[in-house]
Design a protein around this ligand. Sequence first.
Ligand SMILES: Cc1cc2nc3c(=O)[nH]c(=O)nc-3n(C[C@H](O)[C@H](O)[C@H](O)COP(=O)(O)OP(=O)(O)OC[C@H]3O[C@@H](n4cnc5c(N)ncnc54)[C@H](O)[C@@H]3O)c2cc1C
Length: 380
Amino acid sequence: MDFRLTPEQEAFRDTVRTLCDREISREYVRECDREHRPPTEAFQAIAKQGWLGINIPEEYGGSGAGATEVAILLEEVGKSYLDLAFWLFRLVTYGGFAVGRDGTPEQRRRFLSNVATGEWSICFALTEPDSGSDAASISTSAVRDGDDYVLNGQKVFTSGFKVSDYVLVATRTSRADDRHHGITNLLVDTKSPGLRSAPLETLGHWSLGTTMLHFDDVRVPAENVLGKPDEGWSGLNAYLNYERLSLSAARTGAAQAAMQDALEYAKTRQQFGRPIGKFQAVSHKLADMAVMVDLSKLLVMQYTWRFEQGLATPKDAAVLKLYSCEAYKQVADLGLQVLGGYGYTMEYDLQRHFRESRLGTIGAGTSEIQRNIIAKSLGL
Ligand SMILES: Cc1cc2nc3c(=O)[nH]c(=O)nc-3n(C[C@H](O)[C@H](O)[C@H](O)COP(=O)(O)OP(=O)(O)OC[C@H]3O[C@@H](n4cnc5c(N)ncnc54)[C@H](O)[C@@H]3O)c2cc1C
């Protein structure tokens, strides 16, 4: 198995890193986080480089790169600011990947070209108040009426809605014994009459936020159906697996940043006449963090390699998502401990990692659900 980066991919990684160092200072991140404000300036700087179209074909203004380049971009941006990486992950997943995979030629032309320039952002609404892990139980209805579908129902935890022009909504269009049938995915204009959003207060993800959506007779043109009506479940699974890659890459970057902060602190903070990193109890924490970061990076690279070879399975996506999210959570927790009382203050960034890492084992399929997928692949 060979999944090393090529010289071109290494050069791309270095270019992204240079831009992130220049455009995304710690102060900028802290300000966006504190003020619950989207990092629009940094997003635009990335758009200017043409990287928003990284996985969009050249004919629509993208660069047509593979999953490895997507992972490099998200990992590097995730090192600087996870919420910004999350903004990008939605574009590459629900724009480049989903519309690229299932869009009609007209949808590809319209959506991909606008996503590639940063003109349009996209978010995703699957979860409902009564349908979380059991995603096939969604009930937000879409009923055909002439050239439109009419949507009614509620979604919860739709994240990044406030910066989005379109939301990809999973709806119920018919009922059958098999709940996986009768699901239709629709690209809905976020300014549609009858669509109302209400922000939710959460532990993290403050810059982009997460919202409750209420659909009250929202009319959506039938031409905005992504994929085949009633057969949206297989598309959803493909999108979620791609999401698991893009989110894992971003979190792997964030875990590296959390570890780096703890390492620097351990080398400089003096107690009992020496740097605390000289105490084995502290240095072993750093060693454990280094192992988890290395393994996350390897799993990301292995997954992108398998994806590009057409070999990636849902189990591979679940292993990657489960490990990288649990690893980031542990790295952030250990890192905060290394900083002692200062880690608990808002003055240092470890508290942000501690809060942000908590979402990883919940969103996009909880760790329990990833274990279910892995166990099923083992014949259990
Ligand atoms: C900040 C945030 C952002 C999010 N962003 C989005 C978004 O943009 N779009 C979107 O659609 N959704 C989003 N989500 C929703 C997220 O994907 C769900 O929260 C998640 O899938 C779990 O669903 P639930 O919260 O309803 O928990 P539940 O499904 O009610 O689960 C509760 C607990 O029971 C466990 N459990 C449930 N079923 C099983 C089972 N079969 N086996 C073992 N354990 C089980 C779960 O693992 C969990 O520990 C977001 C959530 C959060 C918190």
